[in-house]
Design a protein around this ligand. Structure first.
Ligand code: SF4
Ligand code: SF4
Length: 412
């Protein structure tokens, strides 16, 4: 198959422009090259040999957040996300500066390389709050230009050590569940992991936590780094290929979206996508025993919807549905028109100006609601939004996963 044939999906685009108002980068720049239609045309031109993959061209593709909002509204079903992934994989990192390449490779390595993540674990999670304090005091992250990352770390005192199995409390209602941890939640927000386990167990669900699981591979894959991405996919497919497991529950919508894509990327995973479910959807669809109750919480929570939850997992309503189970808690939607918050994996580090501009739009909407909590189902979005709230003097708004709030209010 030649280059033009490999990118023949670009021909599906009928140039209708329906995706343009949904694209965050187009809305900010009003530049056709920064729109889905424009990017598809650039990839098409390159694939057909009429355009070179110059730094200028790759910069436009690289500026894409891969939020896939365009894909969700496209009447021609252009597989936009896969086109961009393939383009990045075939052209390398030509449009990125050396410091950007180093920074994003460093983040990928710290989160996904076993030895490097061991050291992150030692610094961040082993003794919880103490080591996070150490990480902050040493200025290690700031020295690597990751001050935003540091500002977005949650305050946690939860251990990172997980058992292989967490049995159901009381009557066993559901078997066959395994939890996908995700490297960001596991290393940087262990409270979400502990909360998901607690709520699942309390609802009568025994949970396996396969210890050989790894990073989902999204950071590598979307950066065009194919070989390590496929190695991670294979490792996870083997880790979750357990005879008694039929559902893989995810607590990070970014990881869930990547796992859902495994069958299209890795031929050994034909049935895997159907087994992947976001934790909020899984919990909302369970039948709840009457004795599961929550302490009232007289407060207001705003629900943020990560792009991966909305555009790929199509599970945006479940977080709010679950939170409405907490008595006295006011669940307020973000005022309409919410776009990508700018986190988008490592995008927030590689494109800080656009990421912060987009985040400001979300935070303006949060400020209008003035909540006590901001609930989001993706730890990357949580990190980015938490840093932004602190910067704007709104640090009193606690950013957490919906299951964390559920777990805190659960009557044991
Ligand atoms: S909505 Fe689809 S077909 Fe229309 S311009 Fe956008 S990508 Fe092309
Ligand atoms: S994925 Fe998001 S940022 Fe990229 S072109 Fe589509 S809508 Fe725009």
């Amino acid at each position: 198959m030649n280059q033009s044939e490999r990118f023949s999906d670009t021909d599906l685009c009928v140039k209708c422009g329906l995706c343009l108002p949904h694209c965050p980068t187009y809305s900010k720049t009003l530049d056709e090259n920064e729109s889905p239609r424009g990017r598809i045309a650039l990839i098409q031109g390159w694939a057909q040999g009429s355009l070179e993959a110059t730094p200028e061209l790759t910069r436009h593709i690289d500026n894409c957040l891969l939020c896939r909002s365009c894909e969700a509204v496209c009447p021609a079903y252009v597989p936009y996300g896969h086109l961009v992934d393939r383009f990045r994989s075939e052209t390398g990192e030509a449009g990125k500066t050396a410091s950007t390449r180093l920074k994003s490779a460093g983040i990928r390595r710290a989160l996904t390389n076993k030895r490097a993540s061991h050291w992150v674990e030692q610094l961040v999670g082993k003794s919880g709050a103490l080591s996070q304090g150490l990480l902050r005091k040493t200025g290690l992250l700031r020295a690597f230009g990751l001050a935003e990352f540091e500002a977005g770390l949650p305050d946690t005192s939860t251990s990172l050590r997980w058992n292989d199995f967490y049995p159901a409390q009381g009557k066993n209602e559901r078997d066959g569940i395994a939890l996908f941890l995700g490297c960001t939640a596991n290393l940087l927000d262990a409270e979400t992991v502990a909360s998901a386990l607690l709520v699942l167990n309390r609802l009568g669900v025994g949970v396996r936590v396969p210890h050989t699981q790894a990073c989902c591979g999204a950071l590598h894959y979307h950066a065009g780094d194919q070989a390590p991405a496929h190695a991670l996919m294979k490792r996870n497919l083997a880790a979750f290929d357990l005879p008694d497991v039929d559902t893989v529950v995810t607590i990070a919508s970014g990881c869930g979206a990547m796992l859902r894509d495994y069958p299209q990327l890795e031929s050994t995973a034909p049935d895997f996508a159907a087994s992947v479910k976001d934790v909020s959807q899984f919990l909302a669809e369970l039948s709840w025993a009457n004795e599961v109750e929550f302490k009232p919480l007289p407060a207001k929570v705003c629900v943020h919807t990560p792009c991966t939850l909305k555009n790929v997992l199509r599970a945006e309503r479940y977080g709010a549905d679950l939170l409405r189970r907490i008595p006295s808690l006011e669940v307020a939607p973000l005022p309409s028109g919410q776009r990508c918050c700018g986190a988008a994996g490592s995008y927030m580090l590689e494109h800080p100006e656009m990421a912060q501009d987009l985040r400001n739009d979300v935070l303006e909407r949060v400020a209008a609601v003035n909540p006590d909590f901001l609930a989001t189902s993706n730890p990357g979005c949580a990190l980015h939004l938490r840093a932004g709230l602190k910067k704007k003097g709104m640090g009193r708004v606690e950013v957490l996963h919906p299951v964390t709030l559920l777990a805190r209010q659960l009557i044991q």
